[in-house]
Design a protein around this ligand. Sequence first.
Ligand code: UD1
Length: 349
Amino acid sequence: MRVLLTGGAGFIGSHTAVALLERGHEVIVLDDFSNSSREPIRRVEELCGKQVTLHIADLTNAASTQKVFASESIDAVIHFAGLKSVGESVRDPLLYYRTNLMSTMVLLETMALAKVKKLVFSSSATVYGVAKDVPVSESSEVSYRLSNPYGQTKAMIEQIIRDAVVADSALQIAVLRYFNPVGAHTSGRIGEDPKQTPNNLLPFVSQVAVGLRDFVSVFGGGYDTPDGTGVRDYIHVMDLAEGHLAALAHLKSGVSTYNLGSGIGSSVLDVINTFSRVANRAIPYEVVAAREGDVSCSYADVTKATRELGWSTHRTLEDACRDAWRWQSGNPHGYASQASPRGVLAVSS
Ligand code: UD1
């Protein structure tokens, strides 16, 4: 299959590119590098010994997106592209609504023109909002009153997709609600590379472990959880990548929505202790006030993905911490850690 990955140079996109190439698929990446660079694509090619076709284009621009579709034969699209910083979305909501909504609408319109019917969309467990029972299943209500515009765009895009499918019954779309993607490819060559101070726990812990930061602030110690810290469902990014392949293989008419998580809840202290063990170093932390908008406990009911996609996770939190540590210790400053020769890439525009 020839699969177009929007945002394919990002954290989840680059790992999914590896999984696709390893299974014999062809990968076309459309990215504007606003939050990434060419380097992860170069490393994906190096890891797989295969070429990726790269289009540097802005997905909110209909003309340049149409140009990409006109120049490629595309069987399916995985739509990762989008802004994803919760804090930034609160400070600049219009940027988030414009970028995330516009890019998806341009993509759907361009797919219609090009008669591409298969789509996998990166959604987030954030759409469940705060009122929920754990484990969270796909039948839990989606909240349209989320505490931040980033999450709101995910819920709104899901609705746009559901409406688009009503109008075109030939569309086959999978909406994947990610829980907390962590870890890195086991080679340590690609991984998560936040441009600013990480908002998410794992990259923050990794940066403390490698000495870039002094300590982890644990947001809240008084939750109603076994150790008082927040509980989340951490999923290894390669398990998540494989979830995309399973979703592609099982696409059917209409919209199918799946939780992609491990189904296991781990606390902030579980993460810090596990990382500390695999990295064999102390990770200092301080318990501070809870972060506004956080829920105490969220983990996935993955029954539906297991049953319908034949997919489940194989890697543990320990595997994720070990792989994240291999990536972080080998690339303390992410992809900027070492100057690299330009790879052989087919670049357009
Ligand atoms: C966050 C976002 C969510 C987004 C997801 C993936 C919020 C409220 N939610 O989810 O919308 O889809 O990331 O990008 O921001 N923690 C600390 N110290 C830190 C960072 C995090 O203690 O420095 C704790 C949090 O309180 C939480 C857990 O670690 O209990 C995981 O946090 P995080 O990685 O930010 O993920 P989520 O809060 O689940």
